[in-house]
Design a protein around this ligand. Structure first.
Ligand code: ATP
Length: 435
């Protein structure tokens, strides 16, 4: 993990938030490569969750919602962890993580009795800070989709089963954040709410567990670092009938990337009761009105980014040197092509390399770099996972060919400039961008 944290900072993937002020603990900013990696990950999720299916619609709900939403959802009453405070050093602990419930694990001081601590961030809407104006930062994106269920029925008239998909920020005032970006207080979720006939729910849950598990595999994670872990009855959230976590074997142990849950009809019933709007679905064929069950694959963007970074990190011996290379899947790699002039003091070479970069930019994320010797430039691109390096040399000026080097094999091909675009499209396929 130390290597990942250090590479992230050194090369511009992830920085500590508010660094110049000493940092805000457990809060992270994504830098130039981090934001590309994150966007690519989200684009891939969106493609597999929305574009490649006929039964899912995209959504983007607001972070702030009516306070009654969180009463109906059960978050005001049930969304808490038990915490214990040390009377001596004042540190706060999650009770379930304490070996000795009475003694501080850090200074051996006496702990307070364990007390519930609601994980929702509270703030005020409008100019006056009074209890009537209290509002919450959403702790999950899911509720934005449940409360829009009726709007989707009325505007799209879908038949069951169908789903909604959304990517967005969520906030939880976690008692014990940590492990870099794994557990933070502000994070991004990618969630699907899939509405099904209750009779189909068990089958659809299994289908979704497999569908989501396979998504991680298609982006390059191997079966031996991924597993499905069904929840025990006593771990289930208050709304869930069943849940299976998809876990990755991080350097700090097997940990959840995503939960796939059967939320039953809990949410639609609760919102019907609290809002007074009937959120039942009308089945045209049977003329029945009923509450669908909801299957929810809920994953974390930041956790996935971290898993893919950890997984991609490789150190390889190349002659007497060690090269660090991020072997990210081609769809995830922040930069697809870097164009490098072999001699940066030859204006014709520089000019041609820049022209080639401009041409490639129409198709791919391509960059030009001449800030070091060729060896150094290759190493830098390897460290950020750039798939192809295109080198322009003296010979290029006469034979109109460039050298293309592949990141993983370091194999080099000599390609005509006029064929370069086609060559790269064949290798990379279409690159789908979300933004
Ligand atoms: P955990 O048990 O690790 O706290 P959870 O079971 O509470 O997670 P869910 O409520 O199922 O998490 O949220 C769905 C997904 O959102 C998680 O699988 C995870 O990827 C992501 N997530 C939840 N909490 C955080 C957090 N504090 N920081 C980063 N990602 C998070």
């Amino acid at each position: 993990m130390e290597k990942i944290v250090s590479l992230s900072k050194r090369r511009g993937f992830i920085f500590q938030s508010s660094d110049i002020y000493g940092g805000l603990s457990n809060t992270w900013d994504y830098g130039p490569y981090g934001v590309e990696l994150k966007n690519n990950l989200k684009a891939s999720w969106w493609r597999s969750s929305v574009y490649e299916r006929d039964d899912i619609f995209g959504m983007d709900a607001a972070i702030l919602m009516h306070p009654k939403v969180w009463e109906a959802s059960g978050h005001v009453k049930n969304f808490f962890d038990l915490k214990s405070d040390c009377k001596n050093c004042k540190k706060r602990f999650k009770t379930e993580e304490l070996k000795d419930k009475n003694k501080c694990p850090e200074c051996a001081g006496v702990l307070t009795e364990s007390r519930p601590f609601n994980l929702m961030f509270k703030t005020y809407q409008g100019a006056i800070e009074e209890s009537g104006n209290e509002i919450y930062m959403r702790p999950e994106t899911a509720q934005g989709m449940f409360v829009n269920f009726i709007n989707i029925l009325d505007s799209k008239h879908p038949k069951l089963p169908f789903g909604l998909a959304q990517i967005g920020k969520s906030f939880r005032n976690e008692i014990t954040p940590g492990n870099f970006t794994f557990r933070t207080r502000e994070f991004e979720q990618m969630e699907i709410e899939y509405f099904v006939d209750p009779k189909e729910a068990d089958k659809k849950l299994e289908e979704w567990i497999d569908y989501r598990f396979n998504w991680y595999l298609t982006l390059g994670l191997k079966k031996d670092v991924l597993r499905k872990r069904p929840h025990q009855k006593d771990e289930l959230a208050h709304y869930a009938k069943a849940c299976t976590d998809i876990e990755y074997n991080f350097p700090f142990g097997w940990s959840e990337l995503e939960g796939v849950a059967n939320r039953t009809d809990f949410d639609l019933k609760q919102h019907t009761e609290h809002s007074g709007r009937d959120l039942r679905y009308f089945d045209d064929a049977t003329k029945e009105r009923f509450y669908p069950y909801i299957i929810e694959p809920s994953g974390g963007v930041d956790r996935s980014v971290l898993a893919f970074l950890v997984d991609a990190y490789n150190e390889e011996k190349v002659r007497d040197d060690t090269r660090v290379v991020l072997k990210l899947h081609k769809d995830l790699a922040p930069i697809k092509v870097a164009v490098l002039p072999l001699l940066r003091n030859r204006p014709e070479i520089v000019e041609l390399a820049k022209k080639i970069t401009q041409g490639l930019k129409k198709e791919f994320i391509a960059v030009y770099d001449d800030t070091g010797s060729i060896g150094k430039l290759y190493r830098r691109q390897d460290e950020v996972g750039t798939l192809y390096c295109v080198t322009v040399d003296v010979q290029t000026l006469t034979d109109k060919q460039v050298t293309v080097r592949h990141r993983d094999t370091m194999q080099q091909d000599r390609i005509g400039i006029d064929r370069l675009q086609e060559y790269l499209i064949n290798k990379l396929g279409t690159v789908l961008k979300l933004i």
